[in-house]
Design a protein around this ligand. Structure first.
Ligand code: KIV
Ligand code: ZN
Length: 315
């Protein structure tokens, strides 16, 4: 693992995958390509371009993005099964830099009710999926879906097993947007401390915004060792959305006194990206939305600095 990356906050954008799950936000292949090109311009490290096994259209769009994008890693999501992993592997094949992101649920409720699998079977499926993904790329990410409601000992066991299998990024999602910052930071800190070889992987977080805390939880994770944040432009995503990319990036950049890492995002591209995603998806940006809203930090007397203006300049 490259040591310099430890001080880099990796920005993993999932606008085209988790964001697209917002009702009515489905995009055509051409629209996805336009957004992917803009995400590359923005300086996003990883573009999650879709979920290849979901449909031939999804796979086709990922493949097209993988052919075009040169400066960002192009990723496909895959459940931890052979069909999904192979579909993801084929879709990212043309990429200069490609990643497979495989996941399986690890909470008792999901394992029992959704997967109908025993914990041992979940560990086995996770390891098998990671090993299969490595046939296509050495850049494999593993997510423990519903990590927020998973038992700590079991999470440690799954992560230990997938790291041994070769996963390079370990993602800890708050799938249902249930956590609060102090607890989420503590969960990440404990995982980093307890999981063997945790220093050999990048720890990642993926927070949903059901309690309006997705950005706060993501930042708490960063303060406790996470070096990848999964987020979307304008916080797009199903239900209350995902962590907003622009808020995470600007918080880390603005509070350099607090954070020991920074992203490589070109902040001059934040507002154009926000506008493009809003236009294509038809999801308007509320005027008082932090960073990209039309009124964000505007002040009648003009005394206070406008962060929206700063997000249009390079800080
Ligand atoms: O919210 C979630 O758990 C996800 C996973 C697939 C990472 O989107
Ligand atoms: Zn999600």
């Amino acid at each position: 693992m490259n040591d310099t990356i430890k001080d880099r906050l990796i920005i993993f954008d999932t606008t085209l995958r988790d964001g697209e799950q917002s009702p009515g936000a489905a995009m055509t292949k051409e629209e996805k390509i336009r957004i992917a090109r803009q995400l590359e311009r923005l300086g996003v490290d990883v573009i999650e371009a879709g979920f290849a096994a979901a449909s031939p259209g999804d796979a086709d769009a990922i493949k097209a993005i993988a052919q075009i994008v040169q400066n960002s890693t192009v990723c496909s999501l895959a459940r931890a099964n052979e069909k999904d992993v192979r579909a993801a592997g084929e879709a990212i094949r043309p990429a200069k830099s490609g990643r497979i992101h495989t996941f399986i649920a690890t909470s008792p409720i999901h394992m029992e009710k959704k997967l109908r699998m025993q914990p041992d079977q979940v560990v086995e499926a996770a390891v098998k999926a990671v090993k299969m993904a490595l046939e296509y790329t050495d850049n494999v990410e593993f997510s423990a879906e519903d990590a927020v409601r998973s038992e700590m000992d079991f999470l440690c066991r799954v992560f230990d097993a997938v790291i041994k299998a070769g996963a390079k990024t370990i993602n800890v999602p708050d799938t249902v947007g249930y956590s609060i910052p102090g607890l989420w930071g503590e969960r990440i800190r404990q995982l980093v401390e307890r999981v063997p070889n945790s220093d050999k992987v990048i720890w990642s977080t993926h927070c949903h915004n059901d309690l309006g805390l997705a950005v706060a939880n993501s930042l708490a994770a960063v303060m406790n060792g996470a070096r990848q944040v999964e987020c979307t432009i304008n916080g797009l995503g199903e239900r209350a959305g995902n962590a907003s990319l622009e808020e995470v990036v600007m918080a880390v950049k603005t509070r350099r006194d607090v954070f020991t890492c920074d992203s490589r995002i070109d902040t001059t591209q934040i507002v154009p990206t926000s506008k493009l995603v809003s236009t294509i998806t038809g999801y308007p940006v509320q005027p008082n939305k932090a960073i990209v809203g039309a009124n964000a930090f505007a002040h009648e007397s003009g005394i206070h600095p406008g962060w929206r203006a700063q997000a249009s300049r390079d800080l």
